[in-house]
Design a protein around this ligand. Structure first.
Ligand SMILES: NC(=O)c1ccc[n+]([C@@H]2O[C@H](COP(=O)([O-])OP(=O)(O)OC[C@H]3O[C@@H](n4cnc5c(N)ncnc54)[C@H](OP(=O)(O)O)[C@@H]3O)[C@@H](O)[C@H]2O)c1
Length: 328
């Protein structure tokens, strides 16, 4: 067990033996990063369910990756966290709407100093987890990758840097953060960044993903068209600007040029690209709408910040989501 508490001594080297890691949710990001850590020799246990769990147990994990295909033939997988016991790190890799159920299953994994890394898109997952297990146990984080489950036991990594950024809640350097960074950096196909300001990192990603997600879902067109037509481009800029103002109201300092920088980054993405929010909503699947566009509106209301563009997108999409739920 990792005996260094979140308030414990700081290691600048992050030197480490094999780490005990539970990956809760073995889909796109859990399968990829957990698989890479297992391949690097860490003691990784996957929490999965259904046909995916059966395939992991029977055949192991197979990852097709732009950074090199690999398999973890004897992946340890279970649907019961009590079978895993205490670990050094938990990578929380479920979708935002699935968090509540897995939070309830966390206690058997937690010992003194266990760090639970939240990797959901959005800005609210760390607080949701911290309400249950305390802030000291949470490392807010974010994943930069494009990966998805490609059938039971199979993960597909299509692109993105394969990067995890994380930090302690208050950004202070600790041994457990340094050890996780060292373990990830030593794994093939992974980059780890310890953020100087993890909240700014989370909000910058939020600002980048939410507007193309919401507007993409409403219009059902990909990035190429959204960013080219003057009208939709203006809406993207307006929606990003609202998120910047909400961040400011939350005392999160984003760079002055965060909106043009995010638009420039969007301009570099494949023209046919879409977000998972867009794809899930259009397919009538459960989506992260509440944690993304919904959160902008909610936090905007709480802080007295106007979010007219995001509010329209949210109301239209909420209606659509409710309609598809009632017909499914
Ligand atoms: N994928 C990406 O490229 C990417 C990039 C950056 C950020 N993110 C963020 O990362 C988070 C995870 O996304 P993802 O794409 O990796 O999701 P995903 O592919 O749907 O993976 C989530 C996995 O967790 C499983 N799961 C959920 N609840 C469970 C439970 N109670 N017990 C066992 N397994 C459970 C799901 O199983 P079921 O299918 O049975 O529900 C699924 O296999 C999201 O917040 C997303 O926005 C994703």
């Amino acid at each position: 067990m990792n005996s260094t508490s979140s308030t414990g001594p700081t290691s600048s080297t992050g030197s480490t033996g094999p780490l005990r890691i539970a990956v809760v949710g073995a889909g796109g990001i859990g399968g990829y990063f957990g698989g890479r850590l297992a391949l690097a020799g860490h003691d990784v246990a996957f929490v999965a369910r259904g046909a995916h769990l059966e395939a992991l147990r029977r055949d192991g994990l197979a990852v097709k990756s732009v950074a090199g295909d690999f398999t973890v033939p004897s992946a340890r997988a279970t649907d019961d966290t009590a079978e895993i016991g205490e670990v050094d790190y938990v990578l929380l890799c479920v979708k935002t709407w699935q968090l509540a159920a897995v939070i309830d299953a966390l206690p058997p994994l937690l010992g003194t100093g266990t760090a639970v890394v939240t990797l959901q898109n959005g800005v609210e997952a760390p607080a949701e987890v911290a309400r249950a297990i305390g802030r000291d146990a949470v490392l807010p984080g974010t994943a930069k990758i494009i990966a998805h489950l490609d059938g039971p036991g199979r993960v597909r990594h299509l692109g993105g840097p394969g990067l995890l950024a994380f930090a302690e809640w208050d950004n202070r350097p600790t041994g457990r953060v340094a050890r996780l960074q060292a373990a990830l950096d030593a794994a093939d196909g992974v980059t780890a960044v310890v953020s100087e300001d993890i909240w700014a990192e989370l909000w910058a990603k939020f600002l980048f993903v939410v507007p193309p997600g919401g507007l993409g879902a409403v219009t059902d067109v990909p990035f190429g068209l959204l960013r080219t037509r003057p009208g939709t481009r203006q809406l993207l800029v307006a929606a990003m600007t609202e998120i910047r103002q909400v961040a400011q109201a939350m005392d999160v300092e984003l760079p002055d040029d965060v909106v043009p920088t995010s638009m420039a980054f969007l301009d570099q993405q494949p023209a046919a690209g879409t977000t998972s929010l867009h794809r899930d909503l259009v397919a009538g699947l459960p989506s992260e709408l509440e944690a993304l566009t919904g959160a902008v509106v909610r936090i905007g209301e709480r802080t007295g910040t106007a979010t007219p563009v995001n509010s329209v997108l949210y109301e239209v999409l909420r209606l659509r989501e409710e309609a598809s739920r009632s017909t499914s």
